[in-house]
Design a protein around this ligand. Structure first.
Ligand SMILES: Nc1ncnc2c1ncn2[C@@H]1O[C@H](COP(=O)(O)OP(=O)(O)O)[C@@H](O)[C@H]1O
Ligand SMILES: [Mg+2]
Length: 274
């Protein structure tokens, strides 16, 4: 086997929707500021959750807590029933959680292809020792990576740019490259932080189709952070609304749209269509 065995197991019963991610009473304080206050979520396998709220609401902080880029102040985070609250970011990625960033993070001097190839190494067994000692195995892995990289570039529609420097790509395509990089780590849970930021309506529509397609193809559970609710209205089954770190509403997109608290605290701010 080329990929490492994963330590979390899915249920064998197809009809039971297993809990993928559970956050219980998660709070994050930065000094006196409560960035996230008593946040709770129970995310089922295959679900697409929208996380919305005005700037500074605590959305990105929640992703940072799930991936343990920063520690929680209080609360517990479970992934497929396993307590991951105190695990390192590396371990969490290996268990199957991948993310993209609000401010794109790519190796700007590397080509599109190389950016994806480096992401594969998270799941590779071969270290330098095995590379030397078991050369055939190493070659097998490199071939595997080349093939999978090509597959992912095609998946997000950037294969024609394989050898271009990632920094030469327009913004929207860099975001797609980030998604391909996230997929290279074989995630079960994909966290997308404002993937449509800076995109026009056509690009956003296409991105939404891409998100739905990869969820299906790679059997993903997905959380999408969005500033503008309209962007994820059509693809989320459920939306959680944050304001100043507090969960002010949770429900289906239509419930959220009609929620007076949401309209007041969020949609009312600079959104004349609300
Ligand atoms: N590492 C940090 N140190 C101090 N304050 C932070 C840090 N990260 C986020 N914050 C603060 O926490 C609040 C929530 O930020 P963030 O989660 O980035 O909001 P959102 O993604 O919803 O726009 C903001 O007030 C922000 O300034
Ligand atoms: Mg943010």
């Amino acid at each position: 086997m080329i990929l490492q065995a994963v330590e979390v197991e899915r249920t064998t019963e197809p009809n039971v929707r297993q809990t993928v991610l559970k956050l219980e009473h998660v709070t994050k304080k930065f000094g006196g500021l409560v960035a996230v206050s008593d946040f709770n979520v129970d995310l089922k396998e295959g679900e697409l959750l929208g996380l919305i709220g005005p700037n500074g609401a605590g959305k990105t902080t929640i992703f940072n807590l799930i991936t343990h880029v920063i520690p929680v102040t209080e609360g517990k985070i479970e992934f497929y029933g396993k307590d991951i609250t105190k695990l390192s970011t590396d371990r969490i990625i290996k268990l199957g959680i991948a993310r993209t960033f609000q401010n794109i993070r790519l190796f700007s001097n590397m080509s599109v292809k190389e950016n994806i190839m480096t992401a594969f190494h998270v799941h590779l067994k071969s270290d330098l020792f095995t590379a030397v000692a078991f050369l055939p195995k190493y070659r097998e892995e490199e071939e595997f990576i080349q093939q999978k990289t090509w597959e992912l570039m095609k998946e997000v529609g950037i294969e024609h740019l394989a050898d271009h420097k990632s920094s030469s790509l327009p913004y929207g395509l860099q975001r797609k490259l980030e998604i391909a990089r996230a997929l290279a780590t074989s995630p079960k849970l994909l966290l997308l932080d404002e993937p449509a930021a800076g995109m026009n309506p056509d690009e956003t529509l296409e991105l939404n189709q891409l998100i739905l397609r990869i969820r299906e193809r790679y059997k993903l559970t997905v959380i999408v952070i969005e500033h503008d609710m309209k962007v994820i209205m059509n693809i989320s089954e459920r939306i959680i609304v944050l304001d100043h770190g507090v969960t002010i509403a949770e429900g289906t997109p239509s419930e959220i749209q009609q929620n007076p608290l949401v309209i007041k605290a969020y949609l009312g701010v600079g959104d004349e269509d609300a």
